[in-house]
Design a binder for this molecule. Structure first.
Ligand code: CMC
Length: 392
């Protein structure tokens, strides 16, 4: 028998080399291709960050325009995919719909599934980045029984998404620039995060040679869980459950109680142990959006503000280095914008698609690429002889 290193949860095992994203969790540093996330959030925008992640450098003005045009050309989805959406139950979770629809893209776009063809890899990347907002918005529209809204290519990426979610045939949704900027920031701050669970899932799926749409569908499935991308929905549901400011101490006490499995959702991070640099920027955005839309009438947002204050002042959270993470604030913004909680994780998925795709491309060009095949420490029975059913 071989001797293996046992590392449950991969807390100390590097599974790949990567030149895309750097994180120093102790210092709260997050760099994409060397650029700090706070600079990108303040000065750049999502599609430019997509280019940076995909191709390694910031684009020139001409390169950016060309990239934006290429993405824009691909925002519509195959008309026949509408029927595919209609096969789902209306009350399906939009993440369930997205796992299915994105997986089905390999059936609709099989001319970009050959991973050995550089041109097809490129087209698949652009298609995924371009179509994800359309798919997420359609999953939402379907779930609330409204007609699908086609993309409008004269709008920027974030405004187009908001319009596809909130327009109805009788009234075109006019996007406030503050909201479109906040939406773009949510996309930007979620764009990539090195070898998190869903990205590792995409890499593992891809290591067998699976096609890009299948790999991204696997990433979406992994992202769904409440310890990962599902935390933003779980966080808002928790705020709803708390309901009123006077009940906050009860929930903080539960989070500290070792015999209670309850955790404060939207708090803590595997890698960031001092602060989450994305949360710092997201908090600024949340304040801007709340100023614009007002919290006075929204008890949930009042609970969020007060919970943040009380948890940060509590020694338990300080000692364990638990701070609000990016999803605490993104959930607040999305709630204020009018998204139902079931749309929070789909929005994370559409934002993270570029990270998944960039890492997928990087992995395929890695000469050290091998199929991912973890080993195990076997803890079961030793060999024993089969016993016929009548003798058991
Ligand atoms: N509330 C209360 N206690 C907590 C929390 C929390 N949110 N998070 C961690 N702890 C405690 C935990 O009980 C443990 O205590 P002890 O050492 O006494 O046993 C200690 O802090 C360390 O926790 P851990 O589970 O060993 O840490 P981890 O690195 O495995 O988990 C985490 C990281 C994010 C899964 C966890 O903090 C958590 O469950 N947070 C809530 C869910 C959440 O917000 N997830 C989103 C992460 S950010 C978005 C993304 O990248 O997906």
């Amino acid at each position: 028998a071989g001797v293996f290193t046992y590392d449950p949860g991969f807390t100390s095992t590097a599974a790949c080399e990567s030149a895309i994203t750097f994180i120093d969790g102790d210092e709260g540093v997050l760099l994409h291709r060397g650029y700090p996330i706070d600079q990108l959030a303040a000065k750049s925008h999502y599609l430019e960050v997509c280019y940076l992640l995909l191709y390694g450098d910031l684009p020139s003005a001409a390169e950016l325009e060309d990239f934006e045009n290429r993405v824009t050309q691909h925002t519509m989805i195959h008309e026949q995919m509408h029927n595919f959406f209609r096969g789902f139950r209306r009350d399906a979770h939009p993440m369930a719909t997205m796992v299915g629809v994105v997986g089905a893209m390999s059936a609709f776009y099989h001319d970009s599934t050959d991973i050995n063809d550089a041109w097809q890899r490129e087209v698949a990347s652009i298609r995924l980045i371009a179509k994800m907002p359309t798919i997420a918005a359609m999953a939402y529209k379907y779930s609330i029984g409204q007609p699908f809204v086609y993309p409008r290519n004269d709008l920027d990426y974030a405004s187009n998404f908001l319009r596809m979610c909130f327009s109805v045939p009788a009234e075109d949704y006019v996007v406030d620039p503050i909201l479109s900027r906040a939406m773009d920031r949510i996309f930007t701050l979620h764009a990539d995060h090195e070898q998190n669970a869903s990205t590792s899932t995409v890499r593992l799926a891809s290591s067998s040679g699976a096609n890009p749409f299948a790999c991204i569908a696997a990433g979406i499935a992994c992202l769904w869980g409440p310890a990962h991308g599902g935390a933003n929905q779980a966080c808002l549901e928790m705020l709803n459950e708390i309901g009123t400011v006077d009940r906050i101490p009860e929930y903080i006490a539960r989070a500290k109680d070792k015999d209670d499995p309850f955790r404060l959702m939207g708090f803590g991070h595997r890698v960031y142990k001092n602060f989450d640099p994305r949360a710092t920027v997201m908090k600024e955005s949340a304040d801007e959006v709340l100023d614009l839309l007002g919290v006075e009438n929204n008890p949930i947002l009042q609970v969020a503000k007060e919970l943040e204050k009380q948890a940060l002042a509590d020694p338990y959270f300080a000692e364990k280095k638990l701070f609000p993470n990016v999803d605490f604030y993104s959930g607040i913004i999305l709630e204020a914008m009018g998204f139902p909680t079931s749309m929070f994780t789909p929005i994370f998925a559409l934002s993270r698609t570029v990270g998944w795709i960039s890492q997928w491309k990087e992995q395929l060009s890695d000469p050290a690429l091998k199929i991912g095949r973890p080993r195990q420490l076997y803890t079961g029975e030793t060999q024993r002889d089969y016993v016929d059913v009548e003798n058991r």
